[in-house]
Design a protein around this ligand. Structure first.
Ligand SMILES: Cc1cc2nc3c(=O)[nH]c(=O)nc-3n(C[C@H](O)[C@H](O)[C@H](O)COP(=O)(O)OP(=O)(O)OC[C@H]3O[C@@H](n4cnc5c(N)ncnc54)[C@H](O)[C@@H]3O)c2cc1C
Length: 396
């Protein structure tokens, strides 16, 4: 039997893996690329369990630029991903993001606001009067000093975007295989300069070889890299979303509204209101059980802020995993300094979906040794080894 050799092996076929595969083929259609994904139904992938929000409201310049690029890509996504004339429908709706700020957060929010403005983003600073005028149903503004509104922020259909990247990548020759990588194979010893990635072993007993392997395994990232002796500070953390039908029907869509406590909500089609909040006590582990009881906590926060929502019906909800980078809650992007040819696209915490387009392009640029259009070296894995966090205030 011939050894199964590839130019690039991508482990994990969520938004990061699929976008990386697409960008590689766009750059060089002669490449032999395989994506190994343990569940092509994506039942537990964060990509399909996300809130799918995209915003420029970050405090780190590079995170803003990543989202600016996503906005541009999403605008033309349906045309660009058409295969044989069939276009994905991604329902990209720019209904805005409204972040409310208290005194404690005011100066950081002002700083981020000016930086976003300087980068050419659509962003507005709202006074209390303006918030009341635009959203009179937001009655309780105790402790709030102002808000930032990103009118072009919004959301889209994550599954459609994922399928768009996949279909286009497949049409250019990428192989998507359902199997689980259980071991990374390396050449040489850890303290030697020739220590390099060589291949992967799968749960079905297959071995695949490549000198370029990309880890796009989301919340499962740390578990897999351990097989090559790498300690990655990425934890799977359960996050839950609740969908309710309120008795009160707002006049139009409500933006994703984020309170200083981190509690957030937005309207969805079908008269739904989606809400959630990252909590300290959210468990670490691969737990996907949705706990209906947790809703009571959030409900109180919702009707305290907007009493019109006191009466509502809980319809459904779900639990998914954030891949939380415990060093600094930001992406870890690039070649692992101690293992040549092994690339990481991990640790996106709760804002990775919107980063898919820029990360896919960046991984392609690193692998093919091209000059990056957007320098994302601030997210380099070196900072993990050096234990040097970067700072982002806009983590939700
Ligand atoms: C409730 C919730 C809300 C969110 N809201 C937002 C939001 O509003 N905006 C935003 O931008 N982001 C949001 N996120 C985060 C976002 O969904 C993720 O950052 C992003 O989807 C990560 O993509 P990924 O490709 O890295 O991971 P995933 O989509 O999880 O893909 C990883 C894939 O790897 C596969 N895999 C794992 N291990 C192996 C293995 N050993 N072998 C083969 N395959 C493997 C998995 O099956 C999975 O399909 C949210 C996440 C959650 C859970």
């Amino acid at each position: 039997m011939k050894p199964k050799k590839f130019d690039v092996i991508i482990i994990g076929g969520g938004i990061m893996g699929s976008s990386t595969a697409y960008h590689l083929m766009m750059a060089d259609p002669s490449l032999k690329v395989i994506v190994i994904e343990k569940d092509l139904g994506y039942e537990k992938a964060s990509t399909t369990l996300s809130m799918v929000n995209a915003r420029i409201q970050f405090s780190l310049k590079e995170n803003v630029q990543i989202s600016q690029y996503a906005f541009k890509i999403l605008e033309n996504f349906e045309d660009e991903m058409a295969v044989d004339g069939v276009k994905p429908a991604i329902f990209y709706r720019r209904e805005g993001n409204l972040f409310l700020h208290d005194k404690k957060a005011e100066s950081a929010a002002q700083k981020a606001f000016h930086m976003q403005k300087n980068l050419g983003c659509a962003i507005e600073w709202w006074s209390l009067e303006k918030i009341r005028q635009r959203y009179p149903i937001y009655e309780n503004l105790d402790g709030i000093v102002g808000a930032t509104f990103g009118p072009e922020d919004g959301h889209f259909d994550a599954y459609a975007v994922l399928m768009g990247y996949k279909a286009r990548a497949k049409s250019m020759g990428v192989q998507f295989l359902q199997d689980e990588v259980v071991e990374l194979l390396t050449n040489g010893k850890k303290d030697q300069t020739m220590h390099a990635i060589g291949g992967v072993k799968t749960i079905l007993g297959e071995t695949f070889f490549s000198s370029h392997i990309v880890n796009c395994t989301g919340a499962w990232a740390a578990r897999l890299v351990k097989t090559a002796g790498i300690e990655l500070p990425v934890n799977p953390v359960k996050r839950q979303v609740f969908a309710v039908i309120p008795k009160f029907k707002p006049d139009g869509p409500l933006p994703l509204t984020v309170l200083p406590s981190g509690f957030y909500f937005r309207t969805e089609t079908g008269g739904l209101l989606l809400l959630g909040k990252s909590m300290e006590e959210d468990p670490i582990g691969f737990d996907f059980t949705w706990e209906e009881d947790r809703f009571e906590l959030l409900w109180g926060e919702l009707y305290d802020f907007a009493p019109v929502f006191e009466s509502l019906k809980l319809i459904k909800g779900w639990a998914g995993l954030y891949a939380v980078n415990t060093l600094d809650a930001n992406a870890i992007l690039g070649e692992w300094p101690e293992l040549k040819g092994f690339y990481l696209a991990n640790g996106f915490s709760g804002h990775g979906l919107q980063q898919g387009p820029a990360v896919g392009r960046y991984m392609m640029e690193l692998i093919l040794k091209k000059k990056p259009v957007l320098d994302l070296s601030i997210f380099s894995p070196e900072r993990v080894l050096l234990k040097k966090p970067i700072f982002e205030d806009g983590i939700v």
